[in-house]
Design a protein around this ligand. Structure first.
Ligand code: GDP
Ligand code: IMO
Ligand code: MG
Length: 424
């Protein structure tokens, strides 16, 4: 039985939700390890579309247990809405979802501060879900955690203490009238009633399950280039989507991880601000956005689109230790006569050896492209690797070689059935 980490290999929205749903057929437990309701993971089953923000996509298979690890920041309102929506659709959540004691709670002041900071001079283009401010409080050791919901007296004390500081900040720095303390205390004291039943000692639960031979899939949100350490800082999220984050975000030690699956989109997208070397600002970019329906699952914002960047994916392969890859949205390229792939970067006229995460450098690089022939035929009904046109196979071999990846899964449409494994 195996413990597998699943990571986004680019800037998020690679189709992680769909592939988690496919893979979870083979896993007993699926656990989210970082991020929060900034994520939007779309899964289409039959004629139903689910967009999950906090709950692992494994919840859609009724024999899978789902876990939200300590590395996740939880907006209780968003969580309860998601649970309600799933239960309305006949998906049982109670008894199948467990949340770590140590996960931090997103508070109303986190969301407000996120929005106020974004309206200032430094625009990251965040989702406005309070993610950054919540992780700031976590690392400043001021955060309020899921475990605090279990002690109403302490919870109230912590909320009042935090709000004293936050209201000072809002009033003195941001000229905001401040938040109503009593209302927030009342709202959060209520959450113990609705959330208590999901709370669990997650590290013990997961490690016992692994010791019993149960398979665990660790679901990352966002993507490698949005990682606070390894991404295009400061245009990143505030957590660790890379595979290392799976250990700190769940309490599973690195020695228990067997494999890392990278989810790689057949081209590149990014939402929010920051450098994007292969971005297409012309009609080809528009074509990718239209055919790929590249609009944010959480905010509805149009995603920036560009060619596949093998230099970037090779970096992602390295920092995550990716052992196998699922290529998604290959069908979106079907009507392009010529397809470009970035194989290297030039900086000041010279090819560089290392992926530059410093924004100043990454903004200055020139992508070096190789041009491949398109395949010009619909592949969305292909059911196996053998059925793919020769030119599609050439594209796959080319990107695999230049990114240093081994492709095991191919996705040619948003539905469950539009997925196949490559038999070797
Ligand atoms: P995630 O955040 O990585 O889970 O990805 P999102 O759900 O935000 O975005 C991926 C989008 O592409 C979703 O709308 C999926 O339904 C869709 N999708 C996933 N795989 C494929 C595919 O192979 N082809 C096409 N056309 N769409 C796909
Ligand atoms: P999934 O899991 C794509 C981006 C935001 C912004 C930056 C910081 O669906 O792939 P934040 O709200 O996290 O402080 O925003 O990160 N971002 C995502 N982009 N997919 C996501 O999640 C994202 N989550 C955050 O657009 O640029
Ligand atoms: Mg998404």
């Amino acid at each position: 039985m195996s413990v597998t980490v699943l990571v986004g290999s680019q800037w998020g929205d690679e189709g992680k939700g769909k592939i988690v749903d496919i893979l979870s057929e083979k896993y007993k437990i699926v656990a989210r390890y970082q991020g929060g309701a900034n994520a939007g993971h779309t899964v289409i089953i039959g004629d139903k579309k689910y967009v999950l923000h906090l709950i692992p996509s494994g919840i859609l298979r009724d024999d899978v247990i789902c876990v939200i690890g300590n590395g996740v920041v939880i907006d209780p309102t968003a969580l309860l809405e998601e649970i309600e929506l799933l239960e309305k659709n006949g998906i049982k959540v109670e008894g199948r979802l467990f949340i770590s004691h140590n996960a931090h709670l997103i508070m109303p002041y986190h969301k407000l501060l996120d929005q106020i900071i974004e309206s200032g001079d430094t625009k990251i283009g965040t989702t406005g879900r309070g993610i950054g401010p919540c992780y700031i409080d976590k690392f400043a050791r001021k955060g309020i955690r899921i475990v605090d919901l279990l002690d109403r007296v302490e919870l109230e004390k912590k909320i009042r203490l935090n709000l004293k500081e936050k209201n000072d900040l809002l009033k003195k720095v941001y000229e905001h009238e401040g938040l109503d303390v009593d209302m927030i205390v009342k709202e959060y004291l209520e959450f113990d009633r609705t959330i208590d039943k999901y709370i669990k000692d997650v590290p013990s639960f997961l490690n016992h399950a692994i010791a019993e031979g149960k398979s665990v899939l660790l679901e990352g949100a966002q993507g490698t280039l949005l990682d606070v350490d390894h991404g295009t800082y400061p245009f990143v999220t505030s957590s660790s989507p890379t595979s290392g984050g799976a250990c700190t975000g769940t309490g599973i030690p690195p020695t228990k991880i067997d494999s890392v699956v990278g989810i790689v989109k057949a081209y590149t997208t990014r939402v929010g601000n920051g450098p994007f070397p292969t971005e297409l600002l012309d009609e080809e970019g528009e074509k990718l956005r239209t055919i790929g329906a590249e609009f944010g699952a959480t905010t509805g914002r149009p995603r920036r689109c560009g060619w596949y960047d093998a230099f970037l994916v090779a970096y992602s392969q390295m920092v995550n230790g990716i052992t196998s890859v699922a290529i998604t949205k290959l069908d979106v390229l079907s009507s392009f006569e010529k397809i470009k792939v970035c194989v290297a970067y030039e900086l000041n006229g010279k090819r560089i050896k290392y992926f530059p995460t410093a924004v100043e450098q990454l903004s200055a690089v020139k992508p070096v492209y190789e041009v491949l022939d398109g395949w010009n035929e619909d592949i969305s009904n292909c059911l196996s690797y053998d059925q793919l046109p020769a030119k599609t196979k050439e594209y796959l071999n080319f990107i695999a070689k230049h990114s240093g990846i081994k492709i095991d899964i191919i996705s040619v449409g948003p539905k469950r059935g539009q997925t196949f494994y490559i038999d070797r």
